[in-house]
Design a protein around this ligand. Sequence first.
Ligand SMILES: Nc1ncnc2c1ncn2[C@@H]1O[C@H](COP(=O)(O)OP(=O)(O)OP(=O)(O)O)[C@@H](O)[C@H]1O
Ligand SMILES: Nc1ccn([C@H]2C[C@H](O)[C@@H](COP(=O)(O)O)O2)c(=O)n1
Length: 223
Amino acid sequence: MIVAIDGPSGTGKSSTSRAVAAKLGLSYLDTGAQYRAITWWMLTNGIDVNDAAGVADAAGKPVIVSGSDPAAPTITVDAVDASGPIRTQEVTAAVSAVSAVPEVRARLVELQRTAAAEALAGIVVEGRDIGTTVLPDATLKIFLTASEEARAARRTAELKGKEAQDLAATRAAMAKRDAADSGRKTSPLAKADDAVEVDTSELTLDQVIECVVTLVEEKRIKA
Ligand SMILES: Nc1ncnc2c1ncn2[C@@H]1O[C@H](COP(=O)(O)OP(=O)(O)OP(=O)(O)O)[C@@H](O)[C@H]1O
Ligand SMILES: Nc1ccn([C@H]2C[C@H](O)[C@@H](COP(=O)(O)O)O2)c(=O)n1
């Protein structure tokens, strides 16, 4: 059972994927965390993230390891816990440039396919190009969407007290990142033709989780 969950930022991919994987006894992989991890490594090693050739040259250097337990997902870079540093606004602002570099994508797609192949009980993999490129033969593909307004409100609430921005700034930053992720040449953010689209704007997180669990169970019955 391989479940691919894609969609723009703030649509609920991580929260939904973790919960669905935990409920169904599947592994979990957050591919966005891997793009953030390689971006953090570039920033901490003084590589100009807007120099695509420099990023491409360095793409093979960091060792990125993702833990796939949905109850406690982990990510390390060169054996250092990167789970905190990859969530800073500095990394968020730089990640689209790094993830547009084909050498970076080739490196991470290989890790992602290996993780899926090794997950014997099945896996939920979330990202932007999982259904279209990474795992085109996934058992079930979901494309989550939500209005810009709903996504910005969710992200603003999440960042409250941390690196808080106001609603308008958060909305603008999300729209900019989504435009970059959708507009890049190599495997852009896109819905696979055979993905089920779920608009989460008016749904609670529990409703989205239930909806995806039901879709997985329907697939299991048919298989
Ligand atoms: N249906 C929902 N209703 C209300 N809040 C939600 C819903 N889904 C997710 N959230 C909240 O919205 C925030 C963003 O969710 P999440 O991180 O899962 O989105 P994402 O699609 O993985 O985002 P990104 O791609 O930017 O990492 C979280 O605080 C989460 O709890
Ligand atoms: N499969 C993926 C996953 C993520 N990215 C890039 C684009 C996102 O802006 C960034 C961070 O992802 P998030 O943590 O917000 O889910 O990583 C990608 O290009 N492909």
